[in-house]
Design a protein around this ligand. Structure first.
Ligand code: BG6
Ligand code: MG
Length: 223
């Protein structure tokens, strides 16, 4: 019998909508205020990881900043989130990336469960603004995840909620940390992006318009 998946777990930022760009712009603005310049290449390391882990990576670019107190770090992380929140205020359903809603609809029609596995504490708000809340059977609460990506916890928590075997799950990600997390969970990984950063994905597409449910399931079944 052909292997058929029970659950799709979607990352949010950079997969469902282009908030990965907003995270980048917000970090760039914060970094600038600290006298640090970051570029898109460096930003690849920030994708998928938590707010505080991202801040630590930026501070490490200027070693004298690393001596900052935890309170100061918290203030900076909050500041970045304020920049970010002003950017996501503008989000509407028009910001859903190409092919994503069609894919969610098809998965739902085929009675496969859908979960959101994002590291972002802003995820439920963004999904709501996009008008996609009804597609999700479960959303992982980023605030409750102890070990962020590349640890598999974000993905295993979703599978455990349904009681599904990890081998029956498919994770969709745009970050190297996320692909590593899915692979370490023993799930099938779908990457969106380029092979320079996402070469470990089981199946890679260049952008969301290339995502096709039957094709993904075919690849999953033949792994
Ligand atoms: C991830 C993003 O989804 O969420 C990261 O890829 C971001 O860039 C992380 O830092 C945490 O998000 P937030 O909204 O809680 O700061
Ligand atoms: Mg992402």
């Amino acid at each position: 019998m052909t292997k058929y998946p029970k659950l799709f777990i979607f990352d949010l930022d950079g997969v469902i909508t282009d908030t990965a760009e907003y995270h980048y712009l917000a970090w760039k603005q914060l970094a600038q205020s600290l006298g640090v310049t970051i570029d898109r290449q460096f930003n690849e390391k920030l994708k998928g990881i938590s707010r505080m882990d991202s801040l630590e990576k930026i501070l490490a670019l200027k070693p004298e900043l690393l001596t900052m107190s935890m309170e100061e770090k918290q203030q900076l992380a909050t500041q970045k989130n304020e920049y970010y929140k002003t950017l996501i205020n503008q989000i509407t359903p028009k910001d859903i990336l190409p092919g994503i809603e069609k894919l969610l609809k098809e998965i739902q029609e085929n009675k496969i469960k859908i979960a959101l596995g994002s590291a972002s504490k802003n995820a439920p708000v963004v999904i709501d603004r996009l008008g996609l809340t009804n597609y999700f059977d479960y959303m992982v609460d980023a605030a409750k995840v102890k070990r962020g990506k590349p640890d598999p916890e974000t993905f295993t928590v979703a599978a455990d909620y349904f009681g599904f075997a990890y081998a029956d799950c498919i994770g969709v990600e745009d970050s190297a940390a996320g692909i590593e997390a899915i692979n370490r969970a023993g799930m099938f990984s779908v990457g969106i992006g380029d092979s320079e950063h996402l070469h470990e994905a089981d199946y890679l597409v260049s952008d969301t318009s290339q995502l096709n449910m039957d094709k993904i399931i075919e690849k999953f079944a033949s792994k």
